[in-house]
Each structure stands twice: as structure tokens, then as C-alpha cells.
Design a protein around this ligand. Structure first.
Ligand code: GDP
Ligand code: MN
Length: 349
């Protein structure tokens, strides 16, 4: 048993552990889910999708984290749904709270103003703690320390195509550090000063900036302004050794110290994106295609009919977001000299 609470629960219920005979050599990797107890229904549905489309073949572990204590019901039902070993973590207070230098009255004023301006999650304090945790702390949890790769799963997401190869192994064998599956535009009112803070960082720490980076994805005017393109972080797969480098730690501290997580509403998605786009080489970043991934309100769906058939996709290409006008995938293809799918010309999803 990886987890004492499950062991106790199983003993209480008189469940006998079935030792699985399984000799596939996995990567050192785990799924990672941050969730509230209220997210139980949504996360069960997400787990069922991940297991059906991918993990029943591999049985990767699953780490669940929460700023509150998970209920026995949450633990019991999710541990029954995953095919790898689950672990349940209560996030330590220092990973889920204001750093000392934040003026909390000022932060509260900002939330009021953003609520008045109708900005999504603008009034939420917990959303900001969540974004800070996902940006700079999840990979520091003791339960995550023993793993190298993570794959983030949120409540209510689904994969509507089979992922018929070991994506963790793919990342490892190809030296990929950060993988994404969708790249929309950020709400610009949430990141007003993020670009200038990141510019100051890259100017102050040129030694961390990759010579062959993806920063062209983030600007349409040669660095003057941020074009709002970012990797959607509700799905991400990555190598946590990157976050554990001095480069990323200095980057996160710089971002955190600037205060914009609380005085604006910087998401972990644009923060991870800027790190990946400036600090990594182009070929360390990976577009995970053909997953049929869906997180409300957008999804991807392979626009090639043969791929949809081969991967048994339950999705409609009409609703594919990635090749729509609201997506940064075409720009990503362009700057990485990737060949656009044949169907793209004339396609607008
Ligand atoms: P959105 O995808 O940006 O609309 O935000 P979500 O509501 O999906 O939150 C992102 C992730 O953080 C999800 O996995 C949520 O379950 C989780 N999350 C958000 N707020 C909290 C919170 O206050 N506590 C915990 N434990 N998880 C949270
Ligand atoms: Mn979400």
C-alpha cells in the first residue's frame, strides 16, 4: 500500500488487495489531480475517460491533492476508479497561501474591482492560491518528489480518442520536457503586466534563456506586447526536473515576488507557458496531437477522418478548436516549421 488512508479504509471494508501481476516497465511518472471534495463527480468522470482511452494499458499512478482533507468517500471512489496506485495529499499551508510580501488589503481591493469589471474568477482568492500552487509548488509536494513526469488531469475533462501509445515513454525517449494539447488566447485583463515582468526577467537572467526558444509564439510585434497565446494547462504533461532547476525556480520566484498572481490574476497556464517558451529549446516542447481532448468550453478533434477512425474518436471535427481562428496552434506550427494537416486549407472549425 502506497497510502495509509487507503489501507485503513480497505481494512475497515474488509477489502483484500489483489496483487496485480504486471511487468510492463513504466516511466517514472504519475497522473496529478488537484481537486476539491466537491469535484468528486467530475473527477470520477475524468478518471474513467483517462483509464478507458489510455491508462488501462499502463496503470500509471495517480496523486490527488487538496488544500483541505479529502473525504473518505472521495478516497474510496477515486481509488476504485484508477488502475495505478493512488496517493492522497493534503497541501501544506505554505504552498497554498499568500507570500509575506503581498499586501492582502490591496489584493482584496483588486478582487472587488475585477468583480465589478466582470473578469472571470476576478473576485476569487482561492483561484489565485490555486494558480500559485500550480505554478510553483505542486512538484515540491513530498508525494511528487519521487516522480519525474506528471500528467495533469482536471475534473470533467475527457479524451475522446484512444491514446494508443505510452505518452510518458514518448516524452522520455524524445527528451520532451513540456507537452500541451491546446493553445487558446488568454483573457488579457488577467495578465496586464505579466509580459513586462517576464521581459525584465529574461533581461536580468539571459543565461537562462534558450537560444532556440519558442518566444515567437507569444508576440506578434517582435516582443513589444504579449499576444495572449498560451498552452492550456488543464492538460499538461511534463518533466518535473525542469521545474526543479535553478532556472525555473528563479523564474517562479521573480514572478511570485512581482505580486501579479494576487494584484492581477495571472494563471498558471501563462506562467508555465512563458517559462516553457523562453527557457526551453523548441524541440523540448511537444504538441500532443490527436487526443480528442475536451475541457469546457473547447476541445480538439482530429480533422483527418482516417485518424478519427483508427483512434476510435467520439468527437466531431466541426468542433475542433485547434484549427479555428481562436487558436494559436497554426502559429505554433508556423514557427516550428511543422507541416499543416492537408485538411487545414479551407478549414475553419
Ligand atoms: P478553470 O479550469 O480555470 O475554469 O478552473 P477550475 O475550477 O477547473 O480549477 C482548476 C483546477 O484546480 C481543478 O483541478 C480544480 O479542481 C482545482 N481547484 C480550483 N480551486 C480549488 C480549490 O480552492 N481547492 C482545491 N483543492 N482545488 C481547486
Ligand atoms: Mn478546469
Amino acid at each position: 500500500y502506497i497510502n495509509d488512508s487507503i489501507k485503513e479504509l480497505d481494512e475497515e471494508l474488509g477489502v483484500e488487495l489483489q496483487e496485480t501481476v504486471f511487468d510492463y516497465e513504466r516511466s517514472n511518472a504519475t497522473f496529478f489531480t488537484l481537486a476539491r471534495n466537491d469535484d468528486l463527480k467530475g473527477i470520477l468522470s475524468a478518471i474513467r475517460s483517462v483509464e478507458e482511452r489510455f491508462n488501462h494499458n499502463y496503470h500509471y499512478d495517480w496523486v490527488f491533492a487538496n488544500d483541505e482533507t479529502f473525504t473518505q468517500e472521495f478516497i474510496q471512489l477515486t481509488s476504485g476508479a484508477v488502475s495505478g496506485n493512488p496517493t492522497y495529499v493534503k497541501i501544506p499551508k505554505e504552498f497554498w497561501s499568500y507570500p509575506s510580501w503581498i499586501d492582502q488589503d490591496l489584493a482584496a481591493d483588486v478582487r472587488d474591482q475585477m468583480e465589478a469589471d466582470n473578469i472571470k474568477y476576478g473576485n476569487s482568492e482561492s483561484y489565485r492560491h490555486m494558480c500559485r500552487f500550480n505554478s510553483g509548488f505542486f512538484y515540491k509536494l513530498p508525494a511528487m518528489q519521487k516522480y519525474r513526469y506528471y500528467w495533469r488531469v482536471e475534473p470533467d475533462i475527457s479524451f475522446n480518442c484512444n491514446i494508443d501509445y505510452d505518452l510518458f515513454k514518448y516524452m522520455e525517449s524524445n527528451n520532451k520536457v513540456y507537452g500541451f494539447t491546446m493553445a487558446p488566447y488568454e483573457i488579457h485583463t488577467t495578465v496586464l503586466s505579466l509580459w513586462s515582468v517576464v521581459q525584465n526577467f529574461t533581461t536580468s537572467y539571459p543565461q537562462y534563456v534558450s537560444d532556440d526558444n519558442n518566444s515567437e509564439l507569444l508576440t506578434d510585434d517582435e516582443g513589444e506586447t504579449f499576444n495572449m497565446c498560451h498552452f492550456w494547462s488543464n492538460f499538461e504533461i511534463g518533466d518535473m526536473d525542469f521545474y526543479r532547476t535553478e532556472a525555473y525556480e528563479d523564474f517562479f520566484e521573480y514572478i511570485d515576488y512581482s505580486g501579479g498572481i494576487y494584484y492581477e490574476r495571472w494563471g498558471d497556464a501563462p506562467i508555465h507557458t512563458m517559462a516553457a517558451a523562453f527557457l526551453l529549446d523548441k524541440d523540448q516542447v511537444h504538441y500532443v496531437d490527436n487526443t480528442g481532448y475536451y475541457h469546457s468550453p473547447n476541445g480538439q478533434c482530429p480533422i483527418n477522418a482516417e485518424i478519427r477512425e483508427k483512434l476510435e474518436c467520439d468527437c466531431s471535427p466541426e468542433y475542433d478548436y485547434n484549427w479555428s481562428d481562436d487558436s494559436c496552434i497554426p502559429l505554433y506550427y508556423e514557427i516550428n516549421n511543422m507541416e499543416m494537416p492537408d485538411e487545414v486549407s479551407g478549414f475553419s472549425g
